[in-house]
Ligand binder design. Sequence first.
Ligand code: T46
Length: 136
Amino acid sequence: MQVVKYVFQPHGDDRGQLVALEENKDIPFKIKRVYYMYDTGEGVTRGHHAHKHLEQILICIHGRCKIRLNNGHETKVVPLEKPYEGLYVANNMWREMFDFSPDAVLMVLASELYDESDYIRNYDDFLKFVKQQEDK
Ligand code: T46
């Protein structure tokens, strides 16, 4: 299972760092939505779903957290600890976000607007979805 982590180019000078992200250039899709989560409680795991179409880039712009990706066959845990790193999460990945530091801000750049009907929230349905995609 391939994990795609982007390392963005910071524009640093004696004032500090700045990262700029442009759609279809630094980010491999048109960005239709940005959301972020913070104040995540200790021991909390978020996510527990996949998507039918949505593509996303996850960036922990402050603090740190971990992302567990599962493609229906294999699971990998990816730490996000740098504000210049972005994890690409394709639609067909079951994802869980956990181990948030108290100061963590996890920002997500998304290829689509929010659409509850795009979520696959049941794990058995996810496995069926993966199989359908593979049988195509
Ligand atoms: C994902 C992972 C990485 C909205 O109203 N608009 C939005 O754009 C989003 C993302 C959520 N919401 C509402 C829906 C729920 O009432 O915010 C609430 C929390 O959303 P959810 O429980 O889906 O959050 P997570 O952290 O489990 O998952 C989110 C994204 O929903 C999901 O697409 O891939 O982050």
